[in-house]
Design a protein around this ligand. Structure first.
Ligand code: TXA
Ligand code: MG
Length: 324
């Protein structure tokens, strides 16, 4: 593995059918040439990702849209003008150029134009769009630094270090219906933001699949130790917490509250700032996962508005397997 800031070296790895972990404004991605099925297959192996979960294709120019998708839809350009480059992924009907392995056999492809100079330079020097999921093992905590990537994916050919991601939470994934947009995964860009340029759809996404987006799985983003959301009690969590030694527990604080019974306090924010909390979320979960003095985590809920909706989505998915 090479860890570098050398984009031309990383582009060579991509052109040779290898994998490069690269920074984006949301989280780090694990990229391969999106048009090379063998290279894309390596992503699924390295991530231990089930083949039913499609990958997002990253572009650095709007000229790629007519190559990768079919059925010109002007709304894409309206959205692009307002939100790209930025943390929005638009699911569109795919062209034959996009290999089926990228989209897990779906007739649609998620397209994203990331807002990170290293990501854009890598796409441009590679000369191809990059298929890239978040650079973590399937189901585990997403990476917002090169160190997080190294922790979970030590065998990746090359990691480009671009410092910490400044958004900290994955892109919003949307699909377009005849009457407007549908959110498939909550992210930094909210329904309210999107409604400033397009109406929200009254209909669910037209798709035969039960999971309209595999990202809607209930369990995801999990640290390797139990995590609970304060106030969201279940029989399982009550049983666990009854016996737990709180000195070996960590409290993930959003408001600045620091209950004295916990051995460790980790702050997403000290003042209830949602954007600050989003930036800190995955880093805080990684630190608590790595901290051998911590056996379990209790997270303070955040208000379900603006990016708080996406933060709660991630926390609920992280806590899911410890609740049910
Ligand atoms: O911010 C991000 O989106 C990051 C950075 C690296 O770009 N990427 C990311 O990728 O989060 P990933 O694979 O971890 O999540 C992509 C989500 C998955 O939930 C996947 O199911 C959904 O997007 N998705 C991708 N293509 C889709 C499609 N054609 N239809 C429906 N959902 C799709
Ligand atoms: Mg992911």
């Amino acid at each position: 593995m090479t860890e570098s800031t050398d984009i031309s070296l990383a582009a060579k790895v991509i052109k040779g059918g290898g994998l490069v972990a690269f920074p984006t404004e949301t989280v780090y991605g694990l990229g391969a040439d999106a048009l090379n099925p063998e290279a894309v297959a390596k992503i699924f192996t390295e991530k231990e990702r089930p083949s039913f979960d499609p990958l997002i294709v990253h572009i650095a120019s709007l000229d790629e849209i007519p190559r990768l998708t079919i059925g010109k839809d002007d709304r894409v350009y309206t959205l692009a003008k307002r939100f790209w480059p930025g943390p929005l992924t638009i699911v569109l009907p795919k062209s034959d150029l996009v290999p089926d392995i990228v989209t897990s056999g779906l007739p649609t492809v998620g397209i994203r134009f990331p807002n990170n100079p290293i990501a854009l330079a890598l796409i441009k020097s590679s000369g191809c769009p990059l298929a890239a999921p978040s650079a973590n093992k399937f189901g585990r905590i997403s990476p917002t630094t090169a160190q997080h990537v190294r922790k979970q994916l030590p065998n990746v050919d090359c990691i480009l270090d671009g410092g910490p991601s400044f958004v900290g939470i994955e892109s919003t994934v949307i699909a377009l219906n005849t009457d407007g947009f549908v959110i498939l995964r909550e992210g930094f860009i909210t329904a309210e933001d999107l409604r400033t340029v397009l109406p929200a759809s009254n209909y669910p996404v037209d798709n035969d699949n039960k999971l309209s987006s595999p990202g809607l799985l209930n369990s995801h983003y999990s640290p390797q130790k139990p995590i609970f959301i304060e106030g969201e009690d279940s029989q399982k969590s009550a049983k666990f917490l009854e016996k737990a030694s709180f000195l070996r527990g960590a409290y993930l604080s959003f408001s600045g509250r620091a209950p004295g019974c916990y051995g460790v306090i980790e702050y997403l924010s000290k003042t209830g700032d949602l954007r600050e909390a989003a930036v800190n979320l995955f880093g805080a979960l990684h630190r608590l996962e790595d901290n051998y003095q911590v056996d379990f985590i209790v997270a303070e809920p955040v208000p379900q508005r603006e990016i708080g909706i996406a933060i709660m989505d991630r926390l609920k998915k992280a806590a899911y397997k410890y609740k049910k």
